[in-house]
Write a protein that binds this ligand. Structure first.
Ligand code: GDD
Ligand code: MN
Length: 390
């Protein structure tokens, strides 16, 4: 046996690692350690890993003294980092040091009741899942002490994760969860911001997840480290995870999401066309080319139609077949539908203004809306040969 093999066997000798990130929690940390000492049965063979970011209030010293002072208590270790580098990265650090087969992550401010931990571990083994999330948003779970605003933000962030990333569970924002350590072995963490659970849920793709309820109690001591920049980090991390999901080739299964995301791209391309149109017309009309302004405008139109076509082919409809004949046919059709759309738009505006006596701006709005939806559907069906609702 090599030394590293021996080391890794020794390293894996615990059954549970409880990872607790701390920043300025000297007023809470003793209480949470006491509480763990009561709630965690000795036969669970647990270690506690506190990851402190050099808290100015001396949290790490408090923990070290506690560990020395206690007799036959839990196995407690402190990892000291040199500066405040964020909650998620502190948790990742703790996970890297964890020797347990199961890892529990929790806050140090008494918001997460230690009595829930044995239940989480039991569930992890009993229902043979990989991740157990302590959840505020399933039956039996709740939040105490949060103002309405904070609840609203939490709900909003939850919806973003569920719809944006296709996460199914009720409380992906939870900071309190347990998992089998081997499921994160191959994960490369970004560890941005607060939501490390979300990153695990996305990247440990086939993991089986269960939720069990708990009551979140807002801290009574010290202050939350939540801030605007944590919120911005959240959006950044969701975006990164969204891109990640795309890059591993997971295709969206919900038809509505596929349909509307294509429509969204189609209109984005349309908007880019206006810009191309303007810019090209302007350049050809300027001293650079010095064309007659109507010629310049025509060239602008041709350019923007062409760029719209190419972008829609490649990006909106993801059509990678560039055979010359087919592409040319599609191009002609695309131009044809644009022409039909333009004539139709004129016609609708005319009818609404003349016969309905509608004011011009409203009539124009309606006409553009109808023409552009029609344009999208016609191109989807005929130019790019897709089912309309797909
Ligand atoms: N090491 C380290 N570094 N720890 C940090 C840092 C950091 O930069 N930022 C926060 N912490 C620690 C805090 O000391 C605390 O123990 C824990 O992370 C949570 O921080 P809070 O500031 O109390 O967060 P919260 O109460 O607003 O939100 C928590 O609960 C939510 C509900 O479960 C977080 O866990 C959220 O992720 C969670 O959604
Ligand atoms: Mn808190």
């Amino acid at each position: 046996m090599s030394i590293s093999q021996a080391e890794s066997i020794v390293k894996r000798s615990k059954s549970i690692s409880i990872v607790i990130p701390t920043y300025n929690e000297s007023r809470n940390i003793v209480r949470i350690l006491d509480s763990l000492n009561i709630s965690i049965p000795r036969d669970l063979d647990a270690e506690v890993i506190v990851v402190d970011d050099n808290s100015p209030d001396g949290t790490s010293n408090t923990v070290e003294e506690y560990a020395k002072r206690q007799d036959k208590g839990l196995d407690i270790q402190v990892i000291k980092r040199t500066n405040k580098r964020g909650l998620s990265s502190a948790i990742v650090k703790g996970i890297e040091h964890a020797k347990g087969d199961a890892v529990v992550v929790m806050d140090s401010d008494l918001s997460h009741p230690t009595q829930t931990i044995p239940k989480m571990i039991e569930e992890l083994h009993k229902s043979d899942c990989d991740i157990v999330v302590a959840s505020r948003y399933i039956k039996g779970g709740s939040i105490s002490g949060w103002p309405f605003k904070r609840k609203l933000i939490s709900k909003g962030a939850t919806k973003i994760a569920q719809h944006g990333l296709g996460i199914k569970i009720k409380d992906p924002m939870s900071g309190f969860f347990a998992f089998k350590r081997n499921i994160v072995n191959n994960i490369k963490f970004d560890a941005i911001g607060y939501k490390i659970l979300l990153e695990i849920l996305v990247k440990a793709k086939n993991a089986k997840v269960k939720e069990i309820p708990y009551n979140f109690i807002d801290r009574t001591s010290g202050s939350s480290k939540m801030s605007i920049s944590v919120g911005v980090d959240y959006l950044k991390s969701v975006w990164k995870l969204y891109r990640y999901g795309k890059s591993v080739g997971e295709s969206e299964k919900r038809t509505s999401v596929r349909f509307f995301s294509k429509a969204g791209r189609f209109y984005t391309v349309g908007a880019s066309g206006l810009f191309v149109n303007y810019l090209v017309s302007f350049l050809f009309g300027s001293e650079l080319a010095n064309l007659w302004y109507l010629y310049a405008t025509m060239i602008g139109i041709v350019f923007s139609m062409s760029s719209n076509f190419i972008l829609n082919k490649i990006w909106t409809f993801e059509d990678r077949n560039f055979a010359a004949k087919r592409t040319l046919q599609q191009y002609v059709m695309f131009l044809g539908f644009s022409g039909i759309g333009a004539v139709f738009q004129l016609f609708v505006v005319y009818v609404l203004v003349e016969t309905r006596h509608m004011n011009y701006s409203l009539a124009l709005f309606i006409a553009v809306a109808i023409a552009s939806v029609g344009n999208f559907l016609l191109n989807k069906k005929w130019t790019f040969q897709e089912k309309v609702w797909s």
